[in-house]
Design a protein around this ligand. Structure first.
Ligand SMILES: Nc1ncnc2c1ncn2[C@@H]1O[C@H](COP(=O)(O)OP(=O)(O)OP(=O)(O)O)[C@@H](O)[C@H]1O
Ligand SMILES: Nc1nc2c(ncn2[C@@H]2O[C@H](COP(=O)(O)O)[C@@H](O)[C@H]2O)c(=O)[nH]1
Length: 183
């Protein structure tokens, strides 16, 4: 399994980050690539830990220099996976998890066909809304924008080899772990 890239995607609020945190505790040989973004840090988020927070000029410069393996605009902000984040972890013998939205996952499918791509699905669109409201990190305008994007993302789930339904958290983590260990 060493050196495998796992792409974990699905709509905002479905629980990707929550599932990945537990997965990494259970499988310390896995590492999460720290993404870059132009959005502002939320309270408690640290540069280099939760994201590399870049301004638009720096993000553009790094796109032009070919530093991203994928990048996309999502809800008015830009997000991308730095090549260096993948390469250093794989060189150290780790497998790597990418937590990214669907456009980025499609780009990885083209450029890294061996990557294992997993879609996390919610029990319903209403559940997504409740989870985003409950998380308390986004205002209502941002939540509505994310739910709008989610409709198209949910329609794309059949593009993915694996779909994990995140209804009961313990069951979803178990299913995700089975897929990753079986890869
Ligand atoms: N199975 C679950 N049952 C109930 N609540 C859940 C479940 N999974 C996650 N949550 C809650 O839903 C909220 C959103 O989860 P999380 O932040 O992990 O989503 P995400 O997919 O990573 O979102 P984003 O893409 O915006 O980063 C959190 O408050 C989390 O605690
Ligand atoms: N294409 C990419 N999408 C990414 C990356 N890192 C995170 N994301 C996705 O963006 C949305 C919003 O994230 P948030 O932290 O503002 O809630 C979510 O779907 C993330 O999975 C990336 O490097 N590339």
């Amino acid at each position: 399994m060493s050196g495998t890239v796992f792409v974990i995607t699905g709509p905002s609020g479905v629980g990707k980050g929550t599932l990945i945190r537990t997965l990494l505790e259970r499988m310390p040989e896995l590492e999460l690539a720290v993404s870059a973004t132009t959005r502002s840090p939320r309270p408690g988020e640290e540069h280099g830990v939760h994201y590399h927070f870049l301004d638009d000029v720096e993000f553009d410069r790094r796109v032009i220099e070919g530093d991203f393996v994928e990048h996309a605009e999502y809800s008015g902000r830009r997000y991308g996976t730095l090549r260096s984040e993948l390469e250093k972890r794989i060189a150290e013998g780790h497998s790597v998890v990418l937590e990214i939205e669907v456009q980025g996952a499609r780009q990885i499918a083209q450029t890294m066909p061996d990557a294992v791509r997993i879609f996390i699905a919610p029990p319903s669109e209403e559940t997504l809304r409740l989870r985003l409201v409950g998380r308390g990190t986004d205002d209502m305008d941002q939540i509505e924008r994310r739910l709008e994007v989610a409709k198209a993302e949910l329609a794309a789930q059949d593009e993915f080899a694996h779909i994990v339904h995140n209804d009961r958290l313990d069951e979803a983590v178990g299913e995700l772990e089975r897929i990753v260990r079986g890869a």
